[in-house]
Write a new protein. Structure first.
Length: 309
């Protein structure tokens, strides 16, 4: 139960409650394609059929034996994660003294909390193990080769912030992994990342300026095939914020092709307001959500290591 309710007792806010500054909407979750997670603890997502090299027959051969490929198969799974929830109590006495519908403000906080939880699961699924194999017992870790080093675009061995050379390297990685370059790709940028990139961009050129539509109203929208999302990925309210820490004062900036991540909700946000007779009829504000994210193909993801300002 919150012990900070008395701060609302004085009715000088014209009976309005506003939320403190923080992320209140899911910024990444809605960018992913969705599959439905049933009541099972582990769900099969895809059967994956691999590629093989073509066979070649002799130009003058007749009635020769056909050679058969050994086409690889695998399966992609996702495990049901722990669910996110928010719960707090609104005391009747607090409600009377505040002369405000406190529970409505708490419900706004509950929804914002769950929305952040959705993006938290995106970070967990991005960096976590893929579950693959016929029976879903094989763990595939994040591909260590899909990393743009911290010193790209600067002096060898010296970390730099986000720059155009790193974006080019990320684009090159996608191409080398045979990713469909016509498919949308996303990259969340922190305030640091965005500021560092804007600092070196030739904003007066046609490609980056207003005519190209990539820089509009001071916001960098798209570059090198990546659509940018303004987001503080190391938000301390994320359980998985530490996954973005690259060590030595550096941060990981993720990127992925649209089909490279999928979301699997077991249930979307559920909310309730209930009177607790065991708490002198205090109102319990409750919200929950259960969903997971997984990579679909290690070749479709990567991250850039950037120095923090």
């Amino acid at each position: 139960m919150s012990d900070q309710v008395p701060t609302t007792f004085t009715v000088q806010f014209e009976n309005n409650i506003r939320l403190a500054l923080n992320q209140t909407q899911p910024l990444l979750w809605n960018l992913l394609d969705e599959r439905t997670g049933t009541g099972s603890e582990k769900k099969q997502i895809d059967d994956i059929i691999g590629h093989v090299k073509s066979m070649k027959g002799s130009a003058d051969g007749r009635h020769g034996d056909t050679q058969f490929a050994n086409t690889p198969h695998s399966r992609l799974w996702v495990a049901k994660p722990d669910f996110h929830y928010y719960a707090d109590l609104v005391d009747n006495n607090d409600q009377v003294q505040a002369m405000i519908q406190i529970q409505s403000g708490y419900m706004q906080t509950a929804v914002a909390t769950i929305n952040r939880g959705k993006d938290d699961e995106v970070l967990a699924g991005f960096f976590g193990n893929m579950i693959v194999g016929k029976d879903g017992t094989t763990l595939s870790p994040f591909p260590s080769g899909n990393v743009v080093a911290s010193d790209v675009g600067g002096v060898s061995g010296t970390a730099t912030g986000m720059n155009l050379a790193k974006l080019r390297s990320a684009r090159k990685l996608r191409m080398q992994n045979f990713v469909d370059m016509n498919e949308p790709a996303y990259m969340p940028l922190t305030a640091d990342d965005s500021d560092q990139l804007l600092n070196e961009m030739p904003v007066t050129s046609r490609e980056f300026g207003a005519e190209g539509g990539e820089l509009r109203d001071g916001k960098l929208r798209k570059l090198m095939g990546f659509t940018f999302v303004d987001m503080e990925t190391e938000n301390p309210l994320f359980w998985n914020a530490a996954l973005l820490d690259a060590g030595s004062g550096n941060r990981k900036t993720p990127f992925w092709s649209k089909s490279g991540l999928i979301r699997v909700p077991w249930w979307n946000i559920k909310t309730s307001l209930d009177r607790r007779v065991d708490k002198h009829n205090s109102i319990q504000v409750y919200a929950s959500f259960c969903g997971a994210v997984t990579r679909t193909d290690n070749g479709k993801v990567g991250y850039i290591v950037n120095k923090r300002n």
